[in-house]
Design a protein around this ligand. Structure first.
Ligand code: ADP
Length: 402
């Protein structure tokens, strides 16, 4: 490494022939020699370059060698540059330079002795090369320390993410098993009851009315199981970027009315009165199946958390966008909770009797985003919530496969 390091040397003399002669003596591989024929010129070079050594003639007009050295010692950038004075007057001038005590100052006598010059310069060049090599190593060490620190930080982040992922998986598993168990328990209890009635020949338990009630109960439990499983599958599709969006001509008002019709029984069971303001003929290029999912999610949430109060559904449009708003007058959501309800597994009313997986709004937002639309919520605790969806009328959704 040392042989590749460039060393810069400065020679200062007012007589050009002296400069040339000295240059010829000290020239060598890896050495760059700069000439200055006055103190001023030397100072300007000293400020531009890092020199291993300055060889300065003492007798110069305007600024002599010692004055130049004084100035060098007073400047941060140049104060540590070793100096060799060249003088015809010899050693009697040794102590004329005040900076002598600070070291790294030497003398050469005119006429120059070739051996003395080359060996002195070689010592300073070697010292400079070693200093530069150490600097390079220190910089490399510092760089590798910084890289290690970055790696360590990345490792810590990955560890934290992993811990969070494991915790989320564990939470998810316990929520899923609890949510699946509720409808399954209902189904198994009903089935055991029917088995018992059959074994006892109790056929009054199977009148048309009772059978109808049983079938509706079964259907509700099974539908809720299917919805839970579909939600779980959708989340895994979203994670792998495979949530399918298949756009086609859709009339938003007609779609909303179909869903409201299908959910009218549940709506009255939830004790909610429905009011609608639906502008007809709002047609866009959307995925009807996915938008239906959005409407169902928002509507079932409005019923769940609507506290038996009226629910208002509005569909309208301007020249650019279609708007769907579902408003309830129920429990509402605090401002703090509004930030997190669109995240996976976020459930605010954890002790609410009607529980879900906390996936509905996450999936809803993903579907709307895939349509280049937006969803937002406005809510006041105790007064209700309005979920507002906007969908571009000229959507540029590209079909994707699941
Ligand atoms: P879940 O399936 O658990 O309802 P969502 O993602 O649909 O999950 O909703 C997340 C949480 O947001 C719910 O647990 C509930 O606390 C809150 N939330 C959603 N909609 C409403 C609403 N209309 N009124 C009050 N709280 C709501």
């Amino acid at each position: 490494m040392l042989s590749k390091i460039e060393t810069k040397l400065l020679i200062v003399d007012d007589i050009p022939e002296n400069l040339l002669a000295l240059d010829a003596l000290i020239r060598g591989d890896g050495r760059q020699i700069f000439h200055a024929n006055s103190g001023e010129q030397a100072l300007s070079l000293l400020l531009q370059h890092e020199f291993a050594l300055a060889i300065i003639d003492v007798q110069m007009p305007a600024m002599n060698g010692f004055e130049l050295a004084e100035l060098m010692r007073g400047t941060e950038k140049t104060k540590n540059i070793p100096i060799v004075f060249v003088s015809a007057a010899g050693r009697e001038l040794n102590y004329a330079f005040k900076g002598y005590e600070t070291g790294a100052v030497d003398f050469l006598q005119k006429p120059l002795d070739v051996q003395a010059v080359t060996s002195k310069v070689a010592v300073f060049v070697d010292l400079d090369r070693q200093r530069q090599a150490i600097n390079i190593q220190v910089r490399a060490l510092e760089q590798s320390r910084r890289e290690q620190e970055t790696l360590l930080n990345e490792l810590r982040c990955a560890q934290e993410e992993l811990k969070l992922a494991v915790r989320m998986r564990d939470d998810f598993m316990s929520i899923v098993s609890h949510e699946l168990r509720t409808p399954l328990n209902g189904l198994i209890l009903d089935t055991q009851l029917r088995k018992m009635h059959l074994a006892n020949g109790n056929m009054q338990a199977f009148t048309v009315d009772r059978l109808q009630a049983m079938t509706s109960r079964d259907e509700r439990q099974i539908t809720s199981l299917i919805r839970l499983i579909e939600d779980i599958l959708d989340v895994s599709r979203i994670r792998t970027g495979k949530l399918s969006i298949r756009p086609a001509q859709v009339d938003l008002g007609v779609l909303v009315e179909h869903v409201l019709e299908r959910y009218s029984t549940q709506m009255s069971e939830a004790g909610c009165v429905l009011s609608t303001e639906i502008t007809p003929g709002i047609v866009g290029h959307w995925d009807a199946f996915r938008l239906e999912q959005v409407i169902i999610n928002l509507l079932t949430n409005a019923m769940r958390y609507g506290a038996k109060k009226p629910i208002d559904v509005r569909v309208f449009a301007d020249s650019q966008q279609a708007y769907l708003q579902i408003q309830d007058h129920g429990v509402g959501i605090s401002e703090q909770d509004q930030q997190r309800i669109f995240e996976q597994f976020e459930r605010v009313n954890a002790n609410h009797s009607a529980q879900g997986l906390g996936l509905g709004l996450f999936i809803t937002e993903q579907i709307i985003t895939a349509h280049q639309g937006q969803i937002s919520v406005k809510s006041t605790q105790g007064e209700g919530s309005t979920f507002a969806v906007t969908l571009p009328l000229q959507a540029s959704t590209s079909p994707s496969d699941s």
